[in-house]
Structures are given as structure tokens and as C-alpha cells.
Design a protein around this ligand. Sequence first.
Ligand SMILES: *Cc1c(COP(=O)(O)O)cnc(C)c1O
Length: 265
Amino acid sequence: MSLQSTDKKYIANTYNRFPVSIVSGKGSVVKDENGKEYIDLGSGIGVTSFGIADEVWQNAITEQISLVQHMSNLYYTEPCVRLAQLLCERTGMKKVFFSNSGAEANECAIKIARKYASDKYGKDRFTIITLNNSFHGRTLTTLAATGQEHYHELFTPLTPGFISVDAGDLDAIKEVHKETPVAGVLIECIQGEGGILPIESTFIKNLNDWCNENDVLFMVDEVQTGNGRTGELYAYMNYGVTPDVVSTAKGLAGGLPLGAVLIGE
Ligand SMILES: *Cc1c(COP(=O)(O)O)cnc(C)c1O
């Protein structure tokens, strides 16, 4: 059987693929099974940020897996601590929580907002506002956060407590907060999955100010925009804003499953 028909037979039918099987590559070039070369402009959707089969990256991983590949959270390991330190030093954030994926990082961000608001304002303040056309992950909670109706179909009921508004519409957010106390706002600075839609910079700035004035956590999903993909280390740095929570993944480990949440004071 050809690879493509074996894929069809054994892999769950959830993604459409192009009829190309990638075997290897180097830098920005990948090769299919016939040796035909392609320029990789997709970077695994923001994942292979060092390029394909980067040597420094390969050596770092090879060295580490020859020492120890995994420890539970019951013990200390140096790479984990050093990465957390580096992320805090480069961003000014205070603490890091590690996960395996972007969806889990966003789940953690949502839990942070709910816990913060519940500790301070009581259990009725749990609503998270997100934007239409956003994408925050494929778990039931991050799907609820995702402001695209077609992703919700067939999977309801999703986790309650999410309201999505149009990008740029700060008045809509103020209206929601009057009726339903808001715990946090979660945005992408450039919406990726939604169609590469940059969010207007004055809106991002005004939203950050409004969040500060109302003690609503300002949370930025940097799963796709993070780790250097917009010129700055994280996309929010292009706007002069200070998020309370930043989630990241994809490019963070250049192709290994790693996510992180950076948490402010
Ligand atoms: C891909 C993506 C996610 C989900 O990340 P996974 O690692 O696939 O769980 C979340 N948010 C944004 C903006 C993404 O692009």
C-alpha cells in the first residue's frame, strides 16, 4: 500500500493533507520521497523555527537524551530551570509553567485568570473574553475560547464562561463587563489560524490599559506568533504592552512538544 493510502486506513480522518510525503530536509528546504525539493514557507505552522534538521538544535537534543530524556515533576532538572530563567529574564515575567502543547498552555492561562479573579472577587467572576476569528486550541475549553463557530459544531456543550467579540471593539468588551464580570481577556496579536489577521495596535494598547484599570488579566496567546516569528521575541513586544500572562509553544522547542505559560506578578 502507498503511504497515502496507509495513512487513510490507519490515521483518524481529521486533517486534509497535500499529496506530498516529506522525507528529509535542511534549513528551509524539504525533500519528498522522490528527492524533489520544496522551499518550506510554512515551518510546520510556526514550529520548526530553527529550520529543518538544524545542527545546533540536533546536537543539543542528542546530548540531552544521552543523559536523561524525562524526569517527572518530582525532581529538579537543569534544562527546565535554565529555560524558565531565560524566559523570565528576556520578558520581565516572573514565573513559568511548562506544558506539552499550546492548548495546555492556554488551559493554564485560563485557570490562572479564573483563580486570580475567584480569589479576589469571588466565584462569579470567571468569564474570559476572546476575539472572533481567534484560535486557542483543540481541547474542549480552548475550543470554547476559540472565536470560530465552525470549530464548535458537534462538540457542544463546551466549557462555559467564554464570550467572543470583534477585534477592535473595546466598547463590546466594556458592555460585557457591565453585565458579566470579566476575569481575563485572551488575544493573539496576529491571528494565525483565523487567516493571518494583524490586530490593530491602538486596540491592543487600549485593551491593555482597560484591563489594568479594571484588574482584568490581559493574556496574550503567543503559541504561533512567539519565539521570534514577528521580529521581537514575542509579538506583544511590538506594541509596548505588558501582558499579565503569555502562553507559548510551537516554535519554543523547534519541533519537540513543549509549551509554556509566562506569568506576571
Ligand atoms: C496552534 C495554536 C494553538 C494550539 O497549540 P497546540 O500546540 O497545537 O495545542 C493555540 N493557539 C494558537 C494561536 C495556535 O496557533
